[in-house]
Design a protein around this ligand. Structure first.
Ligand code: SAM
Length: 267
C-alpha cells in the first residue's frame, strides 16, 4: 500500500485523466467512485487496477474488505489525502473510495450471433440517460446495451455513476450504424424500433425474446435507416402537451413491457 499526499504524483494525474475519453481509450481504464459501486464490481468478479481511498479509513469496516479484495486482485492500493481524492474525483466532496478497472467491450458479432435482450441506442448523447438505461436494462434482466454511431461513452464517470454499478453486470457493445445494419440479418429475434411516428401502440407489440429494442437520439430520434430496419415500430401514447418522453423513461417503459410479457410470474 502506498501513501500519497502529493497532487503532482504521476498515478494521481493518470487517474484524474480518466475523466477524459481520450485517456480512457489510451489506457483502457475507467473510474468507478463510491464504496457501494466498487464493492458491487468486486462482488461480480471485476478486478481493479487501482484502489484509492481516504488515508486513515484503512480499518473502516466498509473500506477494509475492499482493500483486502483489491490486494488479492493485485491492484495498486493507494491511501491518499482528501485533497488527492478530490483531485482524482474532480469534486470538492469526493467519495471515500475510487477505483479504476479495465474497460470491457463485447463484440457486436458475438452479441448478434447469440440470444438475449438488448437495448440499442442510436447516438445517445447524455451520459445520465445512458447510465440510467444501463441500470434499467440490468433491472429488467436484460443482457446489455449496444451503442450505435457517435454515442457518449459508456465508461465515462457520469455514465458509470448513473448506472449505480449496473455497468458491471451488463454487456456493452459499440458499432457504427453501417456495422449494426450489416449485422442485423444474422439476428434471430425481434427488432423493435420506438418512434413517435409509429402507428402501433407499444402494448400491441410482440415482446418475445431474443429481443433488441432500438431507441433514438434525444433530439433527432432514430435515423431513417434504423427505422426501416425495425421489424416492429411502436409508440407510447402521448396524452398531454409534451411531444415525447425522455429517452431513458421511454426505454424503461419498453423494458418493463418486455418483462410483463416474458416474466408474468413477477407481479
Ligand atoms: N424529437 C425526437 C423525435 O422526433 O423522435 C424525440 C426523441 S425522444 C426524446 C428520444 C427517443 O425516445 C425516441 O427516439 C424514441 O426512441 C423514444 N421515445 C420517446 N417518446 C416516445 C414515444 N412516445 N413513443 C415511442 N418512443 C418514444
Amino acid at each position: 500500500m502506498r501513501h500519497i499526499n502529493s497532487l503532482t504524483n504521476t498515478t494521481v494525474k493518470a487517474l484524474r485523466a480518466l475523466h477524459e475519453r481520450k485517456y480512457r481509450r489510451q489506457s483502457g481504464l475507467f473510474l468507478a467512485e463510491g464504496m457501494r459501486i466498487v464493492m458491487e464490481a468486486l462482488d461480480l468478479g471485476w478486478t481493479p487496477k487501482h484502489l484509492a481511498f481516504l488515508d486513515g479509513r484503512q480499518d473502516d469496516p466498509l473500506v477494509a474488505p475492499l482493500i483486502v479484495a483489491a490486494e488479492n486482485a493485485s491492484a495498486e492500493c493507494l491511501a491518499v489525502s482528501h485533497d488527492v481524492l478530490a483531485k482524482i474525483s474532480r469534486k470538492d466532496n469526493p467519495q471515500a473510495v475510487v477505483a479504476s478497472f479495465n474497460e470491457t467491450w463485447t463484440e457486436l458479432d458475438q452479441m448478434i450471433s447469440g440470444r438475449g435482450v438488448w437495448v440499442a441506442l442510436d447516438r445517445v448523447r447524455d451520459p445520465g440517460n445512458l447510465g440510467t438505461i444501463m441500470r434499467s436494462v440490468d433491472a429488467a434482466g436484460g443482457d446489455g446495451v449496444i451503442l450505435i454511431g457517435d454515442c457518449t461513452d459508456g465508461f465515462s464517470v457520469e455514465a458509470v455513476r448513473a448506472s449505480m454499478g449496473a455497468c458491471f453486470n451488463i454487456k456493452l457493445a459499440e458499432c457504427s450504424e453501417a456495422e449494426f445494419l450489416a449485422a442485423i440479418p444474422s439476428w434471430q429475434g425481434q427488432l423493435i424500433g420506438t418512434s413517435l411516428a409509429a402507428s402501433v401502440d407499444y402494448r400491441q407489440a410482440n415482446w418475445s425474446s431474443p429481443l433488441i429494442i432500438m431507441m433514438g437520439n434525444e433530439q433527432a430520434g432514430l435515423t431513417d435507416a434504423l427505422t426501416a430496419a425495425a421489424k416492429q415500430l411502436i409508440r407510447m401514447p402521448m396524452l398531454g402537451r409534451s411531444d415525447s418522453l425522455n429517452l431513458a423513461v421511454a426505454t424503461g417503459i419498453s423494458l418493463y413491457e418486455y418483462v410483463r410479457h416474458a416474466h408474468p410470474e413477477h407481479k
